[in-house]
Every structure is written in structure tokens, then in C-alpha cells.
Design a protein. Structure first.
Length: 76
């Protein structure tokens, strides 16, 4: 069965997002370079997208917790 390939490009900066990203699905391993457009199987792209969504959700939860803490601190 032929894999459906898609293009992905992972964000790269000069601080936190510099390293390559390792992804493994069912024993298939990929090391994806940041800042370069590469072809990967669609299921690898799906794993990367899911990971990004969870990272974004975690940031939102941390921001909400921080706001809540600050509001409670001001009320004291």
C-alpha cells in the first residue's frame, strides 16, 4: 500500500524551537528538521498537528490559571 505524502514545515526560531522533532508511529521513525518543508506520510502530519494543538491548549490553560491566581491575589 502506497503512503499518502503531505508537506509539512515545522516552526523554527532562534530560542525554544530549534531542534529537530522525532515522531514514531507503529515503529516507523522520522526525524523532522525545523524550518524546512518536507514530505511525510499523512499520519505523521496528523501526529504533529495533534501535538501542536495540545501544546496550544496547555499554554491556554496555564494563562487561565495565572490570571485566576493574580485575580485571587489582588482580592486579598
Amino acid at each position: 500500500m502506497e503512503k499518502k505524502m503531505v508537506k509539512v514545515r515545522l516552526f523554527k526560531d532562534n530560542q525554544n524551537y530549534t531542534g529537530d522533532v522525532f515522531v514514531s508511529v507503529n515503529g516507523e521513525n522520522y526525524l523532522i528538521k525545523r524550518g524546512v518543508t518536507v514530505d511525510v506520510p499523512d499520519y505523521i502530519a496528523e501526529v504533529l498537528e495533534s501535538s501542536q494543538r495540545e501544546d496550544e491548549n496547555a499554554v491556554l490553560r496555564m494563562e487561565m490559571a495565572e490570571r485566576s491566581f493574580l485575580e485571587k491575589s489582588k482580592a486579598m
